[in-house]
Design a protein around this ligand. Structure first.
Ligand SMILES: Cc1cc2nc3c(=O)[nH]c(=O)nc-3n(C[C@H](O)[C@H](O)[C@H](O)COP(=O)(O)OP(=O)(O)OC[C@H]3O[C@@H](n4cnc5c(N)ncnc54)[C@H](O)[C@@H]3O)c2cc1C
Length: 485
């Protein structure tokens, strides 16, 4: 499990790395394998960079810290219906990713989205409310036509209204003219859109950041502008649905990409230091192995890089970016389904709630859309308290809250797995997010190289986000390496 780390810890060790590491010079030429490029991380960004570099004649070795491939693409192959535990929806316009799947002869299909039959009810302030009752319900904080909007849509629909980034180029979010929106999202919602506190509280229920007070409005505005762009592009193409998944599980794509690489991917190779000696870089792994290359492409998420040593030391701005920039977190409890409990109490199978479990959904990934498993999916601010629990405690706690809310669930589900990228030492969280002020401070510099080390990863993407952002970033890093050769 990832534990919070002192920002100063890396500072203390990074300055001393040259002295602390075993001298490498005597071993050159025999013990250390040599490559044109070392790619660190076998998530989508690293794999795409490695593929492009190899296609352009480079000798590339990819090192992956985990024992599996794919990073934040992770299909749970052992759970009925093979749920996606991370990168789930491939936008219909994800051109690079769709092409990569085609290159690997993988079929893309329309996804089974969260929630069997997509029927939900809402549990708000302890009251169970059917969708059809929400427009006239006393707890509905909106007025006029907006009262028809379901609370689960508030964050997206209401934040995106009058979005200043709509119809702007996708990189507009880093332009100085939009810096005035680099303020807390909750402040933006009050000041620019005039929403009341209860509306903002409900918007803050399932967030992909931390809390709307700690999220830059610019981050959220970018999110919706990119989403809108993606939807428009997908709609304009008659041959492609809005969203896709890899048939048999999204993880099949990174595995296929890894298999197609000349040198494959070496797993369980956690990199803890880079020594850039000018003409070459030595990459140090925690198992004692070292790799020599002319260039490195590093795809580690920032929170992981807090513990990685760079020699020479990273520029001050990058060090503080690594210290400060955070990832939205989530935690999922996966359940086997023993009984169709919703047939017993007559309520829709799925619950969207402002209580501890946030979203509980029955997945319909079985044969012909049959119910396959269930998931409690907690995002953002509400997810932090689980940092203090073991997996067993998370399962017990979540299950108890679900039974309290819905007695028919008792004995109908069995918890089998807790999954959270945040709980993994190689993870960090779900997606990068920007706190107020951080876009202005850091966003234009995320793509800067450090000597012979290029950085990629979804967090460095300028145009797209998520999985396509990962591909975009891998492409940019590969082009930088190739143009310097
Ligand atoms: C729950 C969840 C839902 C999501 N849903 C969607 C979605 O629907 N659509 C979408 O587009 N995106 C989604 N995303 C985001 C998407 O999955 C990521 O943006 C994308 O996969 C990131 O790819 P990456 O290559 O940048 O990073 P990663 O996949 O994190 O790759 C980095 C790799 O580096 C490795 N690594 C880390 N540290 C070290 C080290 N020290 N040494 C060696 N290796 C190391 C990691 O193990 C990892 O494999 C979701 C993510 C999550 C978690």
């Amino acid at each position: 499990m990832t534990t919070p780390k002192s920002p100063n810890r890396r500072r203390l060790i990074s300055g001393a790395v040259g002295m602390a590491l075993t001298p490498v010079a005597p071993a050159f030429g025999k013990a250390i394998p040599t490559h044109d490029v070392i790619v660190v991380g076998a998530g989508l960004s690293g794999l795409h960079a490695a593929t492009l570099l190899e296609e352009n004649g480079m000798n590339v070795q990819t090192l992956e810290g985990r024992s599996r491939i794919g990073g934040r693409v992770y299909t749970l192959m052992d759970i009925p219906g093979k749920p996606e535990a991370a990168g789930e929806l491939i936008g219909g316009n994800y051109a690079r990713m769709i092409q990569a799947a085609k290159n690997m002869n993988l079929e893309l299909v329309e996804p089974d989205q969260l929630g069997s039959g997509r029927k939900w009810y809402f549990r708000i302030q302890g009251q169970d409310i059917r969708a059809e009752d929400w427009p006239t319900h006393e707890l509905n904080p909106l007025t006029g036509k907006d009262r028809k909007m379901m609370p689960s849509r508030y964050l997206w629909e209401l934040s995106h209204r009058d979005n200043p980034l709509s119809d702007q180029p996708l990189d507009a979010w880093i332009r100085p003219e939009f810096a005035k929106y680099d303020i807390p999202q909750s402040e933006y919602l009050r000041k620019y859109l005039g929403y009341n506190d209860e509306t903002i509280r409900l918007m803050n229920t399932v967030v992909h950041t931390d809390h709307l007070d700690n999220t830059s409005a610019l981050h959220e505005l970018r999110r919706y502008a990119v989403g809108e762009f993606n939807r428009r592009v997908a709609s304009a193409r008659n041959d492609s649905p809005q969203a896709l998944q890899v048939k048999g599980g999204n993880s099949r794509l990174p595995y296929a990409m890894a298999d197609s690489l000349e040198n494959g991917v070496l797993t369980s190779k956690t990199v803890y230091a880079f020594e850039d000696r000018g003409s070459e870089v030595i990459t140090h792994c925690a198992d004692g192995t070292r790799y020599r290359s002319r260039k490195v492409v590093c795809s580690m998420p920032y929170p992981v890089m807090k513990d990685v040593k760079f020699y020479p030391r990273l520029p001050a701005r990058m060090e503080s970016a690594i210290d400060e920039i955070d990832y939205g977190i989530s935690i999922q409890v996966h359940y086997l389904l023993k009984r169709n409990f919703w047939e017993e109490d007559g309520m829709p199978a799925n619950i969207w709630s402002d209580s501890e479990f946030e979203r509980f959904a029955v997945l319909a990934r079985g044969e012909n859309g049959a119910p396959s498993s269930a998931i409690a999916f907690i995002n953002g601010n509400e997810a932090y308290k689980y940092n203090f629990m073991t997996d067993r405690q998370v399962m017990d706690y979540t299950t108890a809250r679900l039974i309290e809310a819905r007695p028919a669930i008792k004995g109908a589900i069995e918890p089998v797995l807790v999954q959270s990228c945040h709980r993994d030492v190689h993870g960090a969280g779900d997606w990068v997010f920007w706190r107020p002020g951080q876009v202005t401070k850091y966003a234009a510099h995320m793509r800067d190289a450090h000597g012979n080390i290029e950085f990629c990863g979804e967090h460095t993407a300028l145009l797209e986000r998520g999985m396509e952002g990962a591909f975009e970033s891998g492409e940019r890093a590969a082009i930088s390496v190739l143009s310097a050769s």
